[in-house]
Design a binder for this molecule. Structure first.
Ligand code: PLP
Length: 465
């Protein structure tokens, strides 16, 4: 077999020869023990220099596609054949993706999206440029000199009442991946975890994957059912007290103290996920559960995803003092945020840009939240129920319709609007609500489009009303 090659500026000739033989061998077009033409013959045939062919052949030998037998030449090596490409089953194709909906309709509010138009890009760019000036190239410089821990410790104390120290503060690529790391650390000693129902199911997925016994505890008007929790035999409990996901409930202080006392008496660790804590509408932000904890039972989890942008992929954990698991040997696994991002973020906070941005976004999201509630209240009839939750960037809608959740989501998508179903937040089918529920995320919707989007949703779901 003689390769077909072409003069190309982007693909060198030796690479084309190498690629040709490699593919032919992998696809079994060239059977094992077949001899390749000598480099002189092939060079002449192709009209290229001997060295070009030699270079391609050397690469094939180096990677084990062919073997070089002294004085005899090059032969195709014995390679296990690849399995054929797995075909994607037709029914796993998502009919219309978020991206398509966005393109077709020009706009689609979606899951966990933040306002892009008000991001202080100029300041961010300034910080990236400064971070580049002090760019670190080495492993050992990865954490020490970026200043992010210092800034986070200050922020957490001032805004959330959370007490942290550099050794107990772990920064990594997002809260979810840190939860995986935490589960990996905790599994050496603990095996049972209680989670909220409905709740953030990725936590269930992570802990189940590591063979924890996951028990769900129901969430009511005020958040988790404390009586149910204290009767659950568990080592750990995962909670979202500031903004229960997905209901938006805020846990009252009495429940917080009850849970802290129970955890202290039973040596239970509380995994407090403070996601979406920054945006409290109308009232002041309540301090974190960790701020109330006097017995070191809370493992605090936070993220920049909603407060800055999810694509940044930065989250953090604050382990309690006296944390009884040997985690230090494994902190290297959390070195997942590039130095440039860490340093940029540290500068962004140091310069006060972060605080200013948060202040601005709090006002803006509160305004958007009010507009959503007003628009929802103006809809005819009582077909969409909702709880005007006082915090966060989403509203849980309960739909009075015979349509299934999947049908509601598809109809919304056909109208260019992305909503998420709440079914995925339930572990037990039996605890799902009889009525379909969907999560409406308003963070990314421009203020002047809120009314139209909500009306469009209503029309998609109730066309004859
Ligand atoms: C309750 C909750 N915690 C954590 C996260 C994820 O945070 P991160 O983007 O930092 O992984 C989410 C994201 O949707 C969430 O809903």
């Amino acid at each position: 077999m003689i390769p077909v090659i072409e003069a190309s500026k982007t693909r060198p000739l030796y690479e084309q020869i190498y690629q040709f033989y490699k593919e032919a061998i992998l696809n079994n077009q060239l059977k094992r023990n077949r001899r390749l033409p000598s480099h002189r013959v092939l060079a002449k045939e192709l009209g290229v220099g001997n060295n070009t062919v030699i270079r391609a052949y050397e690469q094939l030998v180096l990677e084990g596609y062919v073997r070089n037998e002294e004085r005899r030449g090059l032969f195709v090596a014995e390679i296990e054949r690849r399995l054929p490409v797995k075909k994607t089953p037709a029914n796993s194709v998502v009919p219309r993706t978020i991206a398509v909906a966005r393109k077709q309709k020009g706009f689609a509010p979606s899951l966990h999206m933040v306002d892009e138009d008000n991001f202080p890009i100029k300041q961010w760019r300034k910080c990236i440029n400064r971070a580049l000036d002090s760019m670190s190239f080495q492993y050992e410089e990865h954490e020490g000199n970026d200043g992010l821990k210092e800034q986070l410790i200050k922020y957490l104390f001032e805004h959330r009442g959370v007490r942290a120290s550099p050794e107990r503060l772990i920064i990594g690529s997002g809260a979810t991946s840190l939860l995986f790391w935490l589960a990996f650390i905790l599994k050496e000693k603990y095996s049972r975890i209680a989670v909220e129902e409905p709740g953030y199911t990725r936590v269930t997925a992570v802990f189940s994957e590591l063979n924890f016994d996951v028990k769900s505890v129901s969430v009511e008007q005020d958040g988790l059912n404390v009586n149910q929790l204290v009767n659950t035999k568990t080592d750990l409990v995962y909670l979202t007290p500031s903004h229960q996901y997905p209901t938006g409930a805020i846990m009252p202080v009495n429940n917080r103290i009850q849970i802290l006392n129970w955890a202290a008496r039973n040596s239970v660790y509380i995994l407090e996920d403070d996601f979406d804590c920054e945006f409290r509408h109308k009232t002041n932000v309540m301090p974190a559960l960790q701020a109330l904890d006097q017995r070191d039972r809370v493992i605090y989890i936070g993220s920049f995803s909603n407060s800055l942008m999810p694509s940044l992929r930065v989250g953090y954990l604050v382990l309690p003092e006296g944390f009884d698991m040997p985690y230090q040997p494994f902190t290297f696994l959390t070195n997942t945020v590039p130095y440039l991002i860490r340093r940029t973020l540290a500068l962004f906070m140091e310069e006060g840009f972060w605080e200013r941005h948060l202040k601005k976004m709090k006002i803006l999201y509160q305004k958007k939240h009010t507009l959503c509630i007003e628009a929802l209240s103006r809809l005819p009839g009582k077909f969409i129920d909702f709880r005007p939750t006082p915090s966060g960037l989403n509203i849980l809608l309960s739909i009075r319709s015979l349509l299934t959740e999947t049908e509601l989501i598809q109809r919304a998508l056909d109208g260019g609007i992305v909503v998420a179903g709440a079914r995925q937040c339930y572990q037990n089918k039996n605890s799902r609500k009889a009525r379909a529920e969907v999560l409406f995320e308003f963070g990314s919707i421009p203020e002047d489009k809120i009314e139209t989007i909500i009306r469009r949703l209503f029309d998609a779901w109730f066309p004859e009303r």
